[in-house]
Design a protein around this ligand. Structure first.
Ligand SMILES: [Zn+2]
Length: 312
């Protein structure tokens, strides 16, 4: 997976490419294919590495299964989280997250054509919660809408947020690199935050202030100064949902232990507008770069806290 070609761009990771989209909230009527579909999917991915995908009607999420049959698998993401169905698991409460992110200098910010991605160079660790062993932060990126009523990938009782932040980690206890871990069942761990419009996010401003330098697909910049990704993590990490899922972009590997926090990140309208101003390879603004929820297929979603959550 090292240097997997996604949309013609060599990347070492997760989220890429996208164009203007689509997207009514639930237009994903996929079925669950089981093991056969997964085996076929893996074979096909190896053969067709240059499959173009994006978020437009022609190449958007509804079409991904043509080149990535695992799109119809039983462990796909995102999902709609229904708090009243989430089983409270007290063992999660007993094992808080331990986050040891390090300060980055000259942080790498890239316009992937599908999102903005910040690559992490130092050994920033994550453990605890639902995770076994140590994970290491690889990159973070976001998904967002064209308007503030859409943009998140996960939903809560069908409700979408304006955006969703994904902090992507790989299992450094069991694997030697992100590339090696990316397609393993316990290979990746993603922390997800819903994002709503409100106060300016002072830490995230280090990123959004640089977006005018990466307006074109493929652009990247080293942002001068220091940035610690821990500024993106809220003080209280004790309330979340967790389940086993997948990457939400091709190749859609079913390798992610998902954690979606119920604490919501706030950014200003100006910061949201900065995200919406960067362009994809068709020179259109990147918006609606999210995959809508897919079937849960009987998976258990665990909650780290009791009772139905009320989100605002
Ligand atoms: Zn993502």
């Amino acid at each position: 997976m090292n240097g997997t070609v996604m949309n013609g761009t060599v990347t070492n990771g997760i989220k890429l490419n996208g164009i203007n989209g689509v997207n009514g909230v639930h237009h994903h009527g996929t079925e669950c294919n089981g093991v056969q579909g997964i085996i076929k999917a893996v074979k096909k991915i190896n053969v067709n590495k240059k499959n173009k995908w994006g978020y437009s009607e022609e190449d958007g999420p509804d079409t991904w299964c043509q080149n990535y049959p695992i799109a119809n698998g039983v462990r796909q993401s995102p999902i709609d989280i229904v708090p009243r169905n989430g089983a409270f698991d007290s063992s999660l409460k007993a094992k808080p997250f331990r986050i040891s992110y390090k300060t980055e200098t000259d942080v790498d910010i890239a316009n992937t054509g599908a999102s903005v991605k910040v690559q992490i160079k130092r050994n920033s660790g994550l453990s605890g919660g639902p995770l076994v062993g140590q994970y290491r932060l690889e990159q973070f990126h976001l998904h967002w809408g064209s308007t503030n009523d859409r943009g998140s990938e996960h939903t809560i009782n069908g409700k979408m947020y304006a955006a969703e932040l994904h902090l992507v980690h790989w299992n450094s206890s069991r694997y030697d690199s992100f590339a090696e871990a990316a397609d393993k069942p316990d290979g990746l761990a993603v922390l997800g935050y819903f994002v709503k419009i409100g106060q300016e996010h002072k830490g995230f401003k280090h990123i959004t202030d640089q977006l005018r330098h990466v307006t074109k697909s493929g652009d990247n910049i080293k942002a001068p100064g220091e940035f610690n990704p821990s500024c993106l993590v809220k003080d209280d990490t004790s309330r979340y949902w967790t389940y086993l899922g997948s990457l939400t972009t091709p190749p859609l590997y079913e390798s992610v232990t998902w954690t979606v926090f119920d604490d919501v990140m706030e950014i200003s309208q100006e910061q949201m507008d900065a995200l919406r101003s960067i362009k994809n390879s068709s020179d259109c603004c990147i918006v609606n770069n999210y995959r809508p929820p897919v079937p849960c297929c009987g998976r258990r979603v665990r909650a780290s806290f009791p009772g139905a959550a009320v989100l605002s």
